[in-house]
Structures are given as C-alpha cells and as structure tokens.
Design a protein around this ligand. Structure first.
Ligand SMILES: Nc1ncnc2c1ncn2[C@@H]1O[C@H](COP(=O)(O)OP(=O)(O)OP(=O)(O)O)[C@@H](O)[C@H]1O
Ligand SMILES: [Mg+2]
Length: 264
C-alpha cells in the first residue's frame, strides 16, 4: 500500500543546493516510494522550500542527482528535462500562488494550455473535473480574492492536479488555516493518494497534518544543513533521542495543550 520500495519514484543523491554560493543544504540523500505521502519537516529557515524548489526544477542546484518519475535533472538543469519534469508533477506553492487577475477556472486551465495540445472542449471537461475534485465545481467564475483561505488552498490543489501528475509537491498546504479547514485539506490529500494513486511530497509544520497524512518523513536542520532524522512520524517522536527532533515535536505538543484549555 505504501509503494514499491525497490522502485522509488524519486531519488535524491548527495544534493547540494543554495543561493549565490551559500549552500543551504549539503549531502542530502533520500528516496520516495510510489504512492506514499513523504513529509519534509524542520524549523523555519532550514531549507524545506529550497529542497522543494530544487526538486521541482525551479532552482538549479550545485551538486548531486535528482531523478523524478524517470526524469534526471542534474546540476546542469537542461531546459528540456525540466520542462518534461514539470509536465509530470504538480506543485502547490507555500503562498498558494494563484494568479489574482484570473478566475479560478482560468487558473486551473493554465497548465493544460501550456503543456498539452488538448482541444478546447476537452480542456473544459478536465478543468470542471479538477474543480469538482476539490469541491469547487460551482466556483469557476470566482476570483481568488473572493475565496476563503481553505478554498484558495483547494483551488491551488486543483491547479496542481490539472495535468494528472505522478507526483504532487505541497509546501505548507495547511499553515494558517483553522483546524477544521486544515483537516479538510488533509482529507483531500489522502483522497488524492488513495483514489488517484498520486505520490505526495509534503512540507508541513502543523503537527496534526504531519500525523494525519505522512507515511514517512525526513527532518532537516539549518545548522547541520542536512537530514538529521528519517522514518515514520511515530518512530521519530518515540525513538529519536536527538534534542532537535524532540524540540520540534514538543513545541507542537505544547500548542496542543493550549487547544484543550491547559496552560503551558
Ligand atoms: N531567494 C533566496 N535568496 C537567498 N537566500 C534565500 C532565498 N530563499 C531562501 N533563502 C535562505 O535559504 C534558507 C532556507 O530558506 P527556505 O525558504 O528554504 O526555508 P524553509 O525551511 O522553507 O522555511 P519556512 O518554514 O519559514 O518556510 C534561509 O536562510 C533563507 O533565508
Ligand atoms: Mg518554506
């Protein structure tokens, strides 16, 4: 159920990536199994978004290898390889990043126009299907500014799913949402995984989301500039003696206590 471990859909080997000569991450290696939800954890600024940008072809990297869905994107970042990659993946950016001047319908249509030669009638059918998938089937005419935070995330997911990607990358899909709305997004991600078999690479802070949806995870650390823990969320929480790992989970536990009315 959690994928084919002998045939990972993503492998990252000895990745070094950063900005203008300053590496944010070094010697990062891991693989993601087909059909699993793989979560990248770690404190603010440790390089989670940077890793996702390298994996989605948005940020050239210095050293190492990334192979996703059969496509190698090396440090050279050949344009054709990146374009092929981007036709096989979907990305939900940290900020939601819908185009504010376009309707929801046009936002979802955009990747289909850019990456396919489908006739307009078929494109319309696909857009409607994707909006239905995230329960925004009647909202295609609305502008992003007219949507709630949860609806914006769902619209971003519809756009990310437009091309039926093999891998869906989501950067903090539930941050800033109230708990019930965050649970709706969690459930949607689980539905995409179980119904459509999509592999999900997720960056998440909210412990509820991390626990609800992750099959396996890695934790990054800004000072170490690499992976400091890996495994299931349960194994990290229960078995890791690393104070950085414990600090990450305990910070969240204390906010949970507050939710049930206890003082920290
Ligand atoms: N465009 C950029 N140019 C230069 N440095 C950057 C750029 N984007 C990020 N950084 C730096 O890279 C480091 C990692 O940033 P990144 O956004 O990947 O962190 P993050 O783990 O996603 O944090 P958060 O949880 O706050 O989203 C930080 O020190 C950040 O200041
Ligand atoms: Mg980030």
């Amino acid at each position: 159920m959690n994928g084919d471990q002998d045939n990972p859909i993503i492998t990252v080997e000895n990745l070094m990536v950063g900005y203008t000569g300053n590496p944010v991450l070094e010697e990062v290696s891991f693989s993601v199994n087909r059909g699993e939800v793989f979560t990248v954890l770690g404190p603010s600024g440790c390089g989670k978004t940077t890793l996702l940008k390298a994996m989605t072809g948005l940020l050239p990297f210095v050293k190492g290898k990334i192979r996703i869905a059969g496509e190698d994107i090396g440090p050279g970042h050949r344009r054709d390889a990146v374009r092929r990659l981007r036709s096989r993946i979907g990305v939900l950016f940290q900020s939601g990043a819908l185009f504010g001047s376009l309707t929801l319908w046009d936002n979802v249509m955009l990747p289909l126009v850019e990456f396919t030669d489908l006739p307009p009638e078929l494109i319309a059918t696909v857009v409607q299907l994707k909006l239905d998938l995230v329960k925004l089937g009647k909202d295609g005419n609305r502008m992003p500014a007219e949507l709630s935070g949860g609806m914006k995330r769902r619209a971003g997911l519809a756009r990310a799913m437009a091309l039926d990607p093999q891998v869906l990358f989501c950067d903090e899909p539930t941050s800033g949402l109230d708990p019930p709305t965050a649970v709706e997004i969690d459930d949607l991600l689980l539905e995409l995984k179980s119904v459509l078999g999509v592999t999900v690479v997720l960056v998440a802070h909210e412990l509820s989301t991390v626990e609800n949806v992750s099959d396996r995870c890695i934790m990054l650390d800004g000072e170490a500039k690499t992976i400091i823990a890996r495994g299931t969320v349960e194994s990290l929480k229960r078995e890791s003696k690393d104070p950085r790992v414990q600090a990450f989970f305990n910070r969240k536990v204390s906010s949970k206590h507050l939710e049930v009315g206890q003082l920290p």
